[in-house]
Design a protein around this ligand. Sequence first.
Ligand code: HEC
Length: 555
Amino acid sequence: MKSGKSIFIHPFLRSIVAASALVASLPALAQSFHNAPASSAALRDPYTGQQNAKAGQPLYRQSCAPCHGANAKGTGNIPSLASGATQAAKPGEIFWFITHGDVPNGMPAWASLPAQQRWQIVTYLEFLRGPDAARLTAAGNSENAASGAINAPPPTPPFTDFRFEKPGTIRKIAVQDLPAPFATQSAGNGPTIVPRPAGVWPQAPKGFKVQLYATGLDNPRLIRTAPNGDVFLAETSKGQIMVFRGTAADGKPETTSIFASGLNEPFGIAFYPPGPNPKWLYIGNTNAVVRFPYKNGDLTATGPAQHLANLPANGRGHTTRDIRFSPDGKTMFVSVGSGSNVNDPDTHPEEKDRADILAFNPDGSHMRIYAYGIRNPVGLAINPKTGQLWCSVNERDALGDNLVPDYITHVQKGGFYGWPWWYIGGHQDPRLEGKRPELRNKAIVPDVLLQPHNASLEMTFYEGKQFPKQYHGDIFAAEHGSWNRAIRAGYEVIRVPLHQTGHATGEYQDFLTGFVLPNGNAWGRPVGVTVAPDGSLLVTDDGSNSIWRVVYTGK
Ligand code: HEC
């Protein structure tokens, strides 16, 4: 953002704030989209109309789709343009923002595109809310898929890309391997998602077999096994929680049920109290923790959602909220990602209580910060051996292909993990040069550094019996895959071997790969991992909208 003085507030929140007494205590609010000056709202498109939207589509596809997605629905921390703030903004404000961009947060400035083309893109974005939207985007998307295999030099180890991800390969990234910021350009390379071609299947190490457990889902995200062995799934965009029970002879669930719907972007799922007989099912909506009465065997909610605590969510930035309880059941942990790529919380009040792992009493009271400076801690898990909280984190973008590594780490109470001023220990973010020197020595180096931009999502500890002994107690994590890398990385499930010690050595291993085709198009994107009661590993995939089941057969 150009000026730290005025705050961008999502129009929806703005209306709530305006209606409350809070407004008196806040500084003068910018009433515009991304600090666009008031005059920009009056800017008029000289060439409106359907023709113009048609002309905007190929321009959108070329310049914007690589980050905002072919359907403009966004991905990761890149906002949707088909809904939300953009659809509420005035065309002139969008034109102004496109022209100026927000480079520190990864949005390029498009002043180099002729003004007419910028207006054509704005008109196209306006059409995305209209009745013609589906037809317009579908026509363009079919032309979007790449053809030939990617022909770029191999990556420099320890960094890699999808072409070299193979089940069983061990990787280790050390602090001294990090390149300087901006060693390469910041890429805009979101995936085009294509249907899985016939004969293409995820690849697991020798001795494992991969089956399709469930298909035809709607945005399957976090997945978690209940104490009685039922498997709960968050269909996040649909606002729904599903339950699967059992595995039939054909490898599919025996029972499928909708547990609850009408939720607000649900992600985190937790059973309380810990142990064999839970009484509640907790859900992390994007803006609140709610819970349903629950006992073993329930396939649908027996009562309405009870609201426990609001979570910071100003309508922008990272939306997932995972929930876990400490083994003694006294503390509820909730992960809340940042609202931006690298906005300084000192000058951006909307970052308050974000990029943190928050702690609460299980009834939602007494919110406090458990650990901070964690840009986007998507997945939480409790290490069964040590009882410690661990997390899986998306680090920042727009510093080049091989910065900043995502990570998986145990979380120290009160620990500071760098964001946004520092990264991976005492490396200063060049966009916040000179800020917060006193925090430098506090910034913790995480346990396991992953490929930068991997988008590490849910993680779980393997507590099953089916996989060979050397896997017991290890971590599995879903890597959704990069957009901010010239050649994509991630799009896999990884294993972090703990060698029965409960502690990481810094190494990790490719475990389930093959979701990207040789031409760079992706057909699958792992999001969630959980261990089924029979010890197989279930993996959700919001690219092909399915759940995969990885079974050890020893063959
Ligand atoms: C390299 C990736 C990249 C490309 C290419 C890109 N954007 Fe963005 N865009 C972003 C990011 C990241 C943000 C979020 C910035 C922030 O948080 O301030 C963003 C934000 C936006 C927003 C504000 C959305 C909101 O909800 O606040 C608009 C509008 C937008 N981009 C339009 C475009 C258009 C139009 C194009 C093509 C001309 C484009 N972008 C190309 C990365 C990109």
